[in-house]
Design a protein around this ligand. Structure first.
Ligand SMILES: [Zn+2]
Length: 256
């Protein structure tokens, strides 16, 4: 059977983890049927690298943002820098931005501030947002309700099915990665099995979040096939059907 074409909706191909063999990683992705990759920005320091990478490879697509995980590094004027940067380059979306309320991610107030400010930018520029939400889905939904015209995706989704339906209602896609390949992730797998095909995306979040077959290894976009294989089993739908819908969803969202 030929390998179906897939799009990795979220992959940090610019991270230093790929500096030594990035060309091989891109090649392996293509060999495994990954036609395109969306690369989200996480801080001012990586935007230029993403820009250069996406100019070099036409199937890599850039987004720019300020990730909540690195909130301590972000400065007030980074928001102005973000707005100027996206005015002067190709940019498919704002992000990765959002909220991370794990205990070690203390500065909730600063996270909220940068998240809201980036939602404002996305609204002004009419761009979709890529949202990181860890133990914060309720807060994310509360914020998004204030922006009825915004669209976007919640990457590596970890909330409940009910919350997913609220996000879909608000115009958001729900994206799943390596986490669903672990058998013990019962709750998450149940959610992934029920999301409507018209709102479903797949991603690797590489180099992070490797699937069960590559546990403790560096993740890479070629492993997206593991994610879709698990979805096929969980949902009892064909690979072709899931591939077709997730591709058309990502194209719709980012205007590819
Ligand atoms: Zn990410």
């Amino acid at each position: 059977m030929p390998i179906p074409t897939l799009i990795d909706a979220h992959c940090h191909l610019d991270f230093i983890n790929f500096d030594k063999d990035r060309d091989e990683v891109i090649q392996r992705a293509a060999q495994n049927g990954i036609s395109d990759i969306i690369i989200p920005g996480v801080s001012t320091s990586n935007w230029q690298k993403i820009k250069a990478l996406c100019e070099q490879h036409k199937n890599l697509h850039p987004c720019y943002g300020l990730h909540p995980y690195w909130v301590d590094q972000h400065q007030e004027n980074d928001l102005e820098k973000l707005e100027n940067f996206i005015d002067n380059t190709t940019c498919l979306g704002i992000g990765e931005c959002g909220l991370d309320f794990r205990a070690e991610q203390a500065d909730k107030k600063k996270q909220q501030y940068f998240f809201k400010a980036q939602l404002d930018i996305a609204e002004r520029k009419n761009l979709p947002v890529i949202i990181h939400s860890v133990r914060a889905t309720e807060d994310v939904i509360q914020q998004l309700r204030k922006y009825p015209t915004l669209t976007g995706m919640v990457h590596s989704y970890s909330g409940s099915y009910e919350q997913a339906l609220q996000l879909i209602e608000l115009g958001f896609y729900i994206s799943f990665g390596g986490a669903i390949t672990y058998e013990h992730a019962r709750k998450l797998r149940k959610v992934a099995s029920k999301i409507p095909l018209t709102s479903l995306l797949i991603e690797t979040d590489a180099p992070d979040q490797p699937d069960a077959s590559h546990q403790h290894e560096r993740n890479e976009p070629a492993y997206l096939t593991e994610v879709i294989n698990v979805l096929v089993k969980l949902r009892s739908e064909s690979t072709t059907k899931i591939a077709h819908h997730t591709i058309s969803n990502v194209k719709n969202l980012f205007g590819l």
